[in-house]
Design a protein around this ligand. Structure first.
Ligand code: UDP
Ligand code: MG
Length: 315
């Protein structure tokens, strides 16, 4: 008889005080039925300003499966996940949201696929009706746009909730970038993958931590981290614009030669200046996105800092 495999559940928490207890009970009842595996639950407190940490620490004090990482401030979900994955010791790692929007019931079926030999088991949301119409539409647009531009295709409607074999986790750790667009990183590493479908629940309590603006920046990060197409696009747009304006200039010269000088066309000049000016502004902005990212990467700062860890077991 060989030892049971260790599975790490990685959970980022940011101001989820109301959800900690429900999370603990529902995870416990799910894991109870999976006695073929051993579990550790790595909770990351991503600089919460409510009582999330207290709740987590009190659970870790009585439940030896729990390990709590307290980050020094709020670093964002991607960094929190990275911290958790770095500290997970399991033969498989499953990141899951604290608000139970990713159903823990899926852990069993995921493990079954893993046992069959799959190295990545994705969980795909088949029904996103718990998200607002706007969020669904913009998410759909994002995936379309991203996958058109980038060589690394992100599977649609798949979040961070998935199972990864130890080998995949080690591969993910090899990607040192600061701007961690996890969906892209996970997709980049590849490996033998299968997909399970599920219906996304509504949040148990509290509000989503991602506003429209945050999501927009998230999308930008996704696209600029995995594709330089937006950078190249401007060469072509600029080329077309320049050609068109040359043709227009030739037309004006010809017209002046044939008809003589007529009233100077303020309007057309203004339009041309504004048009070209705005094109330049846009392309500078696009360049800025990349230059800014290069700047941040070049600093090689750590992705997160841990203030404290809590667990009853010594690791
Ligand atoms: N989260 C985090 N740090 C943040 C924002 C969110 O650790 O800065 C966690 C949050 O506690 C939750 C998960 O990331 O466990 C997903 O967040 P949320 O439910 O707000 O996102 P949504 O489901 O709306 O996409
Ligand atoms: Mg959520």
């Amino acid at each position: 008889m060989h030892a049971r495999k260790l599975v790490s559940i990685v959970v980022p928490f940011f101001n989820e005080g109301e959800n900690v207890k429900t999370f603990h009970t529902s995870i416990s009842s799910v894991l109870e039925k999976l006695s073929d595996f051993e579990f550790e639950i790595v909770c990351i407190d991503d600089g919460s300003r409510d009582n999330t940490l207290e709740h987590l620490v009190s659970i870790a004090a009585v439940d030896s499966r729990y390990k709590v990482l307290e980050l020094s401030r709020n670093y964002g979900k991607e960094a929190a996940l990275t911290a958790g994955i770095d500290h997970a010791r399991g033969d498989a790692v499953i990141p899951i949201d604290a608000d139970l929007q990713d159903p823990p019931e899926l852990i069993g079926p995921m493990l079954a696929e893993w046992v069959k030999g799959y190295e990545v088991v994705l969980a795909r949301r088949v029904d996103r009706s718990s998200d607002s119409y706007l969020k669904r539409k913009t998410a759909e647009l994002f995936y379309k746009f991203h996958n058109q531009l980038s060589h690394v295709k992100i599977p649609e409607n798949v979040g961070d909730f998935r199972l990864m074999d130890r080998q995949v986790v080690e591969a993910v750790k090899l990607l040192p970038e600061q701007q961690r667009f996890m969906k892209g990183i996970f997709a980049w590493v590849g490996y033998k993958t299968t997909t399970l479908d599920y219906v996304r629940n509504a949040r148990t309590a509290g509000d989503s931590k991602f506003s429209g603006w945050k999501l927009w920046n998230f999308a930008l990060e996704g696209i600029t981290s995995f594709s330089s197409a937006p950078l190249k696009l401007w060469t072509y747009i600029g080329g077309i614009g320049a050609t068109l304006s040359l043709i227009y200039a030739a037309y004006i010269v010809l017209r002046t030669l044939i008809h003589g000088v007529d009233l100077p066309g303020y309007a057309s000049i203004l339009v041309a200046v504004l048009f070209v000016g705005s094109l330049q502004l846009m392309s500078i902005g696009m360049l800025g996105e990349y230059v800014g990212r290069t700047y941040i990467e070049s600093k090689k700062r750590p992705i997160y800092l841990i203030r404290n860890t809590y667990s009853t077991k010594e690791h």
